[in-house]
Design a protein around this ligand. Structure first.
Ligand SMILES: Cc1ncc(COP(=O)(O)O)c(C=O)c1O
Length: 371
């Protein structure tokens, strides 16, 4: 049975169809009088491999192929989703998703630490937008209660499963329950959980068996998957709606074949990287069991140290960089003033010894020995 959201999107698609404006992905014909490959260079840059270097147009024009269709199906199977649409980046996916979904009658509710791409998407939509305090279930419920009473149509809640700055996980089961209780559609950005959370890196939603209870998911390929691009997962109707309404999809040259190959390769490899995920868990335990001042609790590869003040956090990062460790400060206004952090990203290729050295440097820095 389709959801009220699907029925609504279907209606909007039907209106398009009646006006003869429904967009569909089409196969290319052999004699090209359509692509933007004016000099034919996309055919020549990769001559030895005999595959075009560029996609030569938007997916709705010449950038579509059977290959990208079947890649979308492979990714959907991996994440147990009905359908999916690949975007050129996670930023494009979130922007296009919220901007196209949100009408004047809908309402968008965002976690206060949600990524800029979701905020920008909400701004571009025509929906009133509200925030709830980061990962605060009580505040989310208060907001849902108040907004449900005044929202005329769909209520969308958007969260990240693994937050990019603080490294903490969303209390997803509770959020799902509240969304069901208040009849809201949940959108989960799995950018940093993709490849990391779950036995095979399938993400937090699948890992917790919530696939059927989360309306929309966004997985990006530019982080643990080592490539570029993103996919929006949801119903078939949502996919059709997005390819008709999401401007960041419709009006941008599609990903080139080389990117698609690397995404396919990443999805082949990621389920097998069990040893890498186990090693990462070891590093997480190593840093979390130490008494590092300001270290936020996190069971993920993103380990952040709260060092209030742009100057102080810059100094701590510089100290590590002077010793060859690439650690970046996250300054205000990217984060709120007073909540500046030193963002340490752990990787499967980092060794325990490297992490121990990093921790010692930090301890020395805080004790004043290196300042
Ligand atoms: C949570 C989150 N969502 C979306 C994005 C955007 O993804 P991309 O880098 O593929 O544009 C990022 C990137 O930093 C992110 O951290």
């Amino acid at each position: 049975m389709s959801s009220p959201l699907d029925s609504d999107l279907k209606f909007r698609l039907l209106c398009r169809e009646e006006r003869g404006l429904l967009r569909k992905l089409k196969k290319n014909q052999p004699i090209d009088f359509s692509s933007n490959d004016y000099l034919g260079l996309s055919r020549r840059l990769n001559e030895p491999r005999n595959s075009p270097s560029g996609s030569t147009g938007s997916r709705l024009l010449t950038g579509h192929s059977d290959y990208i269709d079947s890649l979308e199906e492979t990714i959907c199977r991996f994440h147990s989703a009905e359908a999916g649409l690949i975007f050129n980046s996670g930023y494009d996916a979130n922007l296009g998703l919220l901007a196209s979904l949100g009408s004047e009658q809908d309402t968008i509710l965002l976690d206060s630490q949600i990524h800029a791409s979701m905020r920008d998407g909400a701004k571009l939509s025509r929906s009133p937008t509200y925030f709830f305090r980061h990962n605060d279930i009580n505040h989310l419920e208060n907001r849902l209660q108040a907004l449900r009473a005044k929202c005329k149509n769909h209520l969308f809640v958007a969260v990240e499963s693994l937050y990019s700055m603080s490294g903490d996980l969303a209390p997803l089961k509770e959020i799902v329950q509240l969304c069901e209780q208040y009849n809201a559609y949940l959108i989960v950005d799995e950018a940093h959980a993709t490849g990391i959370i779950g036995e095979q890196g399938e993400g937090l939603v699948s890992h917790q068996g919530l696939q059927k209870r989360v309306a929309i998911r966004v997985h990006t390929f530019g982080k643990a998957l080592g490539s570029h691009g993103a996919i929006v997962l949801g119903s078939k109707i949502l996919r059709n709606f997005l390819l008709n309404h999401a401007h960041s999809f419709m009006y941008s040259t599609a990903l080139p074949p080389a990117s698609l190959c690397s995404i396919e390769d990443a999805y082949r490899r990621v389920p097998l990287l069990t040893a890498e995920r186990t090693h990462l868990r070891g590093l997480i335990e190593q840093i979390q069991t130490l008494d590092l001042p300001g270290l936020l609790t996190s069971e993920t590869p993103i380990q952040s140290l709260l060092i209030p003040g742009n100057e102080a956090v810059r100094k701590a990062a510089q100290c590590l960089q002077d010793h060859g460790f690439d650690v970046r400060p996250i300054l205000s206004p990217t984060v709120r003033s007073g909540e500046e952090i030193l963002r340490i990203c752990l990787h499967a290729f980092n060794t325990k010894e490297e992490l121990q050295m990093l921790i010692s440097l930090l301890k020395n820095h805080f004790s004043g020995a290196l300042t």
